[in-house]
Design a protein around this ligand. Structure first.
Ligand code: GLU
Length: 298
């Protein structure tokens, strides 16, 4: 019967590229963006662009403008409007409140310098554990502060960070895993066991930035209906925290694909300040979009 096609219509996959405008894009970003674009094309999917600018002290409008220019030059087409994280702080705050209502959040008042001193003290007694990025786990004891002491410090206007009580969060969420179509740094692929405890009591929000990378990524991927997270292998183990937050907040889990990183001639990870691999510099030196594709092996 014409007009009465009862076949179920599959929703197209949704990919995203999510750069931070705290520097100019390099060929590593080009690889990630092109891979997402190609996968969206090949699967009849959609490509979103998200500007991850929660760190208002480091992010600058000229870098954001440059992101649009560089991606367009590469031939990438994305949907608009672009989601800019700095415009959605209330959504992240609501998520922190949801976690706090579950008793999984506490404020910590130590400064960065105090934390460094506590870590040095712990290291002197034996190597204090580091997270998968190599940063020391939170060494403080704010979790066990008495409620009246907490209230007193807050009333004094002491700056604080809101942290996830990782032990309680893991106990509540139970064992977690994710589906990995790419690979981790140790070749992990397929069904990967999440290990959020390796990150310690991560920061969810700071006084000056009412969110964090982990929290805003998880909220946005869910709000934007992202089905496929394709990003660099340097973020592989962050997925453990993302799976934990998704579970605690009742959000759907996307499929993940972590891709290889592009290294410079000396075998080092690319940085936004290395001019030799910057897209603008390569373009000024006469490179073509096809040349960039070739350079990154696409
Ligand atoms: N904004 C992050 C970055 O530029 C990427 C976040 C993600 O893909 O999950 O490294």
């Amino acid at each position: 019967m014409p007009g009465h096609d009862l076949r179920l219509i599959a929703m197209p996959p949704v990919f995203r590229f999510a750069p931070s405008p705290n520097g100019y894009l390099h060929v590593g970003h080009a690889y990630s963006a092109l891979l997402n674009f190609d996968l969206a094309r090949q699967t009849g999917g959609r490509l979103l662009l998200r500007i991850e600018d929660i760190d208002v002290t480091r992010c600058r409008p000229e870098f954001e403008t440059a992101i649009y220019e560089d991606l367009a030059w590469l031939g990438i087409v994305w949907e608009t409007p672009v989601r800019r994280q700095s415009e959605h702080f209330p959504a992240y705050r609501a998520a922190v409140e949801q976690l706090a209502a579950q008793g999984l959040v506490y404020p910590s008042f130590e400064s960065r310098a105090e934390i460094a001193r506590l870590v040095a003290e712990q290291d002197a007694r034996g190597a204090w554990p580091r997270d998968p990025d190599g940063a020391p786990l939170y060494p403080g004891t704010a979790k066990s502060l008495a409620a009246d002491e907490r209230d007193r410090l807050m009333a004094q206007g002491q700056p604080f960070a809101l942290r996830l009580d990782m032990a309680a969060a893991c106990a509540r969420a139970g064992g977690l895993a994710w589906r990995e179509a790419g690979a981790g740094p140790g070749g992990e692929t397929g069904e990967v066991t999440a290990r959020p405890e390796a990150w310690g009591d991560v920061i969810l929000a700071r006084k000056e930035t009412p969110t964090s990378y982990h929290l805003s990524v998880v909220i946005d991927d869910a709000l934007q209906g992202v089905t496929d997270v394709v990003r660099g292998m340097d973020l592989f183990w962050s997925t453990s925290v993302h799976r934990l937050l998704q579970t605690l907040l009742g959000l759907p889990q996307p499929a993940y694909r972590h891709h290889r990183l592009i290294h410079d001639a000396a075998g080092q990870k690319l940085s936004k300040s290395t001019r030799a691999t910057g897209l603008r510099e390569l373009r000024a030196a006469g490179a073509s979009p096809a040349g960039i594709r070739g350079l990154v092996g696409l």
